[in-house]
Structure formats: C-alpha cells, structure tokens
Ligand binder design. Structure first.
Ligand SMILES: *Cc1c(COP(=O)(O)O)cnc(C)c1O
Length: 217
C-alpha cells in the first residue's frame, strides 16, 4: 500500500465524523523517503515526539519555499533544555504538561517573538510513568497557562493506557474539554482512532497507519 493511498483511505474515514478531524501524520523513526512521499501526496501536517529527530527530519524542508504551509506538531514530552529549539521549529506543542515547561515555552515565545498553539496533555489514566496533568488538576493548570503564561491553549491531548479500553479515556478528555471551554481534542492513534471519531476528536495522530512500520532505532 502506498503512503498516498493510506492517507486518502484515512481521510475517507475521518470525513465520516460529524466534526472536522485533522490528520497529524506522525513521522518519527521514518526514513526521509517516506516523508517526501507524504509531502508529494500533498500532506502538510506532521507530528514528531523528539525535538532533535524533528530537526533532522524537518529543518531543511521547513526552509524550502515549496512547502510554505507545512505544520509541525510536537507530540512527545518536552525537556526544558529543548524548549528553545522546539519553539523555533514547531507550530503546535501538544504536550504542555507542567508549570516549568509552560513558563519556559512562554519565555521562549517572547524571546523569539513567536506565537504558537498549545495543547495540555492530560494523564487520563493517572499512570505514574506517563506525563500529563491529572484530570483534577486541570482547571488550575489551565488558568496558570492562560493567565500567568499567556499561552494560547486550544485543547487537550491524551494517550490512553495501553491495557484499558481507549473509549473511556476519549470520553473523559471530551468531558474535560467541554467543562473547561476548550474546543480541540488531540486523541486517537493508528490502533484506536476510529473509536475517537464518535467521541469528538478533532485531531488524530497516526504513524504506522500512514507510513507503515517504524524503523527500530
Ligand atoms: C508515536 C506516537 C503516535 C503514533 O503512533 P501510531 O501507533 O504509529 O499511530 C501518536 N501519538 C504519540 C504521542 C506518539 O508518540
């Protein structure tokens, strides 16, 4: 199956939803040839989970006048020493997950006189090893991001626990977004995005469904 065909099949699925759903093609651990295949197919919105790998993949393409509408989403945890590079490269940061990072992103945006859209990552399963704000801490953290840091928070993002039905977590994230007057929901990966569609997702993050299996690096 070609990447162009994968993308058009996925877009057909997404168009079945009541709401508009954006496809973020997750290009981590994929060879450059596949990135170009997606670009040649007209796709412009990509997700990466590591800043350094994203730079390797996208810095040159970002500067290429052929792709003025390229949009890059950071979907992995952000370390403070990577914030400067992340703010310079990405258009959307989906993983605002603690005060220190919110503050740092805010400072960097000022320094670079840039604006970008952010999501708050919510740890819907309250898993110890997973980053994200606990559901009960969301209202205070949102206020902190908006009022103290002046971040443009557009929505919520989650990664459900692997051993639980994802729909429960998608429904919870939807409820939290509604309660907090946020419009966007980044939820759904290759294995579960079809379940996220009826639960209000507005953005799915798909790697293997778009590109095929990742390289083991
Ligand atoms: C890798 C990754 C994805 C994509 O995973 P697939 O199963 O390949 O679709 C989505 N979201 C996050 C946060 C990821 O790290």
């Amino acid at each position: 199956m070609s990447i162009a065909k994968n993308i058009s099949n996925i877009q057909a699925d997404l168009s079945q939803a009541d709401q508009t759903v954006e496809l973020v093609a997750v290009s981590k651990k994929q060879p450059m040839s596949r990135l170009y295949e997606a670009l040649d197919a007209g796709h412009r919105v990509f997700g990466e989970n590591r800043v350094q790998e994203a730079q390797t993949h996208w810095s040159d393409i970002r500067r290429d006048a052929k792709y003025p509408d390229l949009r890059l989403h950071l979907i992995g945890p952000l370390q403070s020493n990577k914030v400067k590079d992340a703010v310079a490269l990405f258009d959307v940061i989906e993983t605002i997950d603690r005060e220190k990072i919110a503050r740092k992103v805010s400072e960097e945006l000022q320094k670079q006189t840039k604006t970008l859209n952010c999501y708050i990552q919510v740890n819907t399963g309250a898993e110890n090893q997973k980053s994200g704000i606990l559901p009960q801490d969301l209202p205070d953290f949102l206020t902190f991001c908006q009022q103290d840091c002046d971040l443009n928070i557009i929505g919520l993002m989650c990664i459900p626990p692997i051993d639980e039905p994802p729909a429960v977590h998608f429904a919870l994230l939807h409820k939290l977004a509604n309660k907090n007057s946020l419009l966007k929901l980044s939820m759904g990966m290759s294995s579960d995005y079809k379940k996220a569609l009826p639960l209000g997702t507005t953005s799915v993050r798909l790697g293997t469904a778009v590109f095929g299996a990742r390289e083991a690096i």
